[in-house]
Ligand binder design. Structure first.
Ligand code: G6P
Length: 368
């Protein structure tokens, strides 16, 4: 392989550690001190964004999870309606196309068969324009889309996607800010988000420093067969991504739930054998999340909580709390991704699985 894994034991670990740099590269030339420089996305972008009234995101796997985060951002900050669907469903479903809809595809490889098929199909249907968020400049997806926003993660070799995801989120936030300033996003808000983006590489570095304590915690998962991942709001897709990472490389069954849905089923599964991993930044849903966690604890579940210090959730009976360094609220989903990637990685290493090439999976699914 042309790409070297350096002193890292696996490509996945190298790629996890490359994220501060990959995110910086993705931001390079696209931000001023207080604004997103949308002209850096291409000269025709502005005129198209002026006309967008709605966004439809289509993707697969980890890229789909990036789309789910973007939906929260798009609706709450840009004030623009946004739908997200996995490409294999979207392409075979007849759907109602609202006027002035921008189709956004997200793909690391740009060669995923279902995502490409969805793009080709959309071109027939009369979308306003198609925009690809992609990591491979010479890919089919890039060639066939009207607008391109490249992630600049560099080659990703590990089958389980890591730096592609965090750079996709970074690119999506840039897009949503550019779109949002035409709708409900104020200049002050834009400036605050841009500040958060400038802070992000440093915050990712700080999250990577948690590795030794996450490694210690990972050992407790080795003999587990099932696990539950919880989040609320914009962190729910991060819980989904954390669960996907764990199942892909450690083969432990991992299911993500929005914490408010616990009592509609998964609580029945909770016992001392079921680790419950939770992402708990200090956001507006934290009090609700805390009471969800109490419900788990009352049923004997063991909680692994990745939390902001300000939440005051403490390690006590039934709780293992890992404090995540302070992050800005808008970019917290990107920061909280890191400990979940590290957890999955170290569980897989303890289990001795083939981390970079998990069984039955491919880096890019180019056939249906
Ligand atoms: C495969 C890979 C995943 C990836 C998904 C979508 O399942 O193993 O890591 O997220 O395809 O790939 P794409 O290249 O379209 O992002």
């Amino acid at each position: 392989q042309a790409v070297d894994r350096g002193h890292y034991r696996h490509f996945m670990l190298k790629e996890i550690h490359e994220q501060p740099r990959a995110v910086s590269e993705t931001l390079e030339g696209r931000l001023s001190q207080s604004r997103v420089l949308e002209e850096a996305f291409g000269s025709e972008v502005g005129a198209i964004l002026d006309r967008v009234e709605r966004v439809q995101i289509v993707a697969c796997g980890t890229s789909y999870h990036a789309g789910l985060v973007a939906r929260y951002w798009c609706e709450s900050h840009a004030g623009v309606p946004c739908d997200v669907e996995v490409a294999s469903e979207f392409r075979y479903r007849s759907h109602v196309l609202a006027p002035a809809t921008l189709l956004v595809t997200i793909s690391q490889s740009g060669e995923t068969a279902d995502t490409l098929a969805a793009l080709r199909d959309a071109r027939e249907r009369g979308y306003l324009a198609t925009l690809a968020i992609c990591n491979v400049p010479q890919s089919s997806l890039v060639r066939e889309s009207d607008l391109i926003l490249m992630t600049r993660a560099g080659p990703e070799i590990g089958v389980a996607s890591t730096k592609a995801f965090t750079t996709q989120l970074t690119a999506l936030l840039l897009l949503i800010i550019a779109l949002g300033r035409r709708h409900k996003l104020s200049a002050d808000c834009e400036a605050a988000f841009v500040r958060a983006l400038h802070n992000l590489p440093r915050q990712l570095e700080a999250a990577l420093a948690l590795e030794p304590s996450i490694e210690a915690l990972a050992e407790e998962f080795v003999d587990k067969r099932h696990s539950l991942f919880l989040g609320r709001g914009v962190q729910y897709p991060i819980a989904m991504e954390g669960a996907l990472k764990l199942k892909e490389i450690s083969y432990i069954h991992a299911e993500a739930y929005p914490a408010g849905e616990l009592k509609h089923g998964p609580l029945a599964l909770v016992d001392a054998e079921m680790p419950v991993v939770t992402v708990a930044p200090n956001d507006e849903l934290i009090e609700k999340l805390k009471s969800n966690l109490q419900e788990v604890r009352a049923r004997g579940g063991r909680l692994y909580v990745f939390a902001d210090a300000a939440t005051a959730i403490a390690t006590e009976d039934g709780y293992v709390v890992q404090t995540v360094p302070q992050s800005d609220e808008i970019t917290a989903p990107i920061v909280y991704t890191i400990p979940l990637q590290l957890l999955a990685y170290h569980v897989a290493v303890f289990k001795g699985t083939d981390v970079d090439q998990p069984r039955n999976l491919a880096k890019s699914v180019t056939v249906e």
